[in-house]
Design a protein around this ligand. Structure first.
Ligand SMILES: NC(=O)c1ccc[n+]([C@@H]2O[C@H](COP(=O)([O-])OP(=O)(O)OC[C@H]3O[C@@H](n4cnc5c(N)ncnc54)[C@H](O)[C@@H]3O)[C@@H](O)[C@H]2O)c1
Length: 373
């Protein structure tokens, strides 16, 4: 076994402070990974995070972190619109990268990162690792095995609601609790598709496989949003509906909207000639998979490979799981299910949807991904 991976957490905002850092400092994984540095450009935030989580180094400048020689890998927990340029800079410096969702905002950006990572021989893991979930693999196997008969159509989607405005680290007064979420309304990278629909679309494509083409309508339904008594303009589409062609007249309906959603969050509903499957239930009855009893007792995240003990009491264990996928890949040369190629295909669907909504034309998709077990 090699030395622990020296991890740099970039962006010490909500997901880092609530989820990634508390999980990564747990005793059980210190032989595999250490938080070596944190980085955030907001004045005082990186220092405060380093103090709270015991990181030996902190940086307010990302390039300074990359050049510091203090880390082997980074977890990018910054706004989505920064992931491409920050990912590229990390790879160019020979660092492995975990992308919090979503990896990039265009398929061309993802192409470039995947090619550069191959050239530099570094590993990429992209959240959300939905197909790490045993329930999703069981649904895929059930659908492939004909449990719903011939698949006819499928759906997933999510609503923004006021989730980010209400997160507990946003309304305080110190650097780790006054984290403004208004980038979620801005371009590039804002909007409910990249933020929330990304979970269900990983599930849907993980079960049905890659799609062929996309048609969409999209726009801004709420021109302003309120946070802490101040109004912010919404610059990124917040209401998008997408039709997806999986080929052979198998269709999907996918959405990212301001409000109103029907599938279980992050799940997909697949309808066939013999019924429907959703969130591990076939026609209302649970399908069998070995981890079901564990999930029933300890919650759905307990069936993820690294989520046990202390991690079950902390926020966002599934995000921690994705970071550990990168750690294992680096140390044990064990490829992860949460591939950059799957993430790129999901990004291409969103990218194509926005182009389709603008042009009024269906958009052919060109990327694909391999299923990994
Ligand atoms: N908030 C959640 O519930 C959640 C859950 C899972 C994944 N994520 C993902 O995690 C990422 C971060 O989301 P968040 O909600 O924590 O955002 P956030 O706004 O709470 O935190 C982002 C942090 O990045 C910092 N930052 C901005 N530009 C920077 C730069 N150039 N260099 C260094 N730091 C910079 C900001 O100062 C801020 O502290 C996103 O990819 C998001 O999709 C968020």
């Amino acid at each position: 076994m090699s030395k622990p991976v020296r991890m740099g957490v970039v962006g010490t905002g909500s997901v880092a402070v609530r989820g990634i850092l508390p999980n990564l400092i747990c005793d059980d994984i210190q032989d595999s990974v250490n938080v070596a540095a944190v980085c955030d450009l907001a004045p005082g935030r990186a220092k405060a995070a380093a103090e709270r989580f015991g990181a030996p180094h902190y940086f307010e400048d990302y390039d300074a972190l990359l050049k510091s020689g203090t880390v082997d890998a980074v977890s990018l927990a910054t706004p989505i619109g920064l992931h491409y340029e920050q990912g590229k800079a990390a790879i160019e410096n020979g660092l492995h990268v975990h992308f919090n969702k979503t990896m990039t905002t265009t398929a061309a950006e993802a192409d470039e990162l995947i090619a550069l990572a191959a050239e530099k021989d570094v590993r990429l893991v992209a959240s959300p690792g939905q197909m790490l979930r045993p329930v999703n693999r069981a649904m895929r196997d059930a659908v492939k095995g004909g449990s719903v008969g011939k698949v006819i159509w499928a759906t997933t989607g999510a609503a923004f609601g006021r989730y980010h405005e209400n997160e507990k680290v946003r309304t305080g007064s110190d650097p780790l609790s006054n984290i403004n979420p208004s980038w979620y309304y801005k371009k590039p990278g804002g909007g409910p598709l990249f933020d929330m629909t990304v979970y269900g679309l990983h599930t849907l494509t993980g079960i049905l496989g890659p799609a062929r083409s996309v048609t969409a309508m999209s726009g801004i339904r709420l021109p302003e949003r309120e946070f802490m008594g101040k109004m912010y303009p919404v610059e990124m589409d917040d209401n998008t509906v997408i039709l997806i062609d999986f080929g052979d007249a198998l269709f999907g309906f996918v959405y990212g909207v301001v409000a109103g959603s029907f599938p279980v969050f992050a799940s997909a509903i697949i309808y066939g000639t013999d019924g429907k499957i959703e969130n591990g239930n076939l026609n209302g009855k649970p399908i069998d998979f070995p981890e079901r009893a564990t999930e029933a007792e300890f919650g759905w995240q307990s069936s993820l490979p690294h989520v046990h003990g202390e991690h079950l009491k902390l926020d966002e264990p599934h995000v921690y799981e994705d970071v550990m996928q990168l750690v294992d890949w680096i140390r044990e040369d064990k490829p992860s299910v949460a591939t950059a190629e799957h993430a790129r295909h999901v990004v291409e669907i969103f990218d194509a949807a926005y182009r389709s909504a603008k042009s009024g034309q269906a958009q052919e998709l060109r990327t694909t991904f391999e299923e990994i077990d």
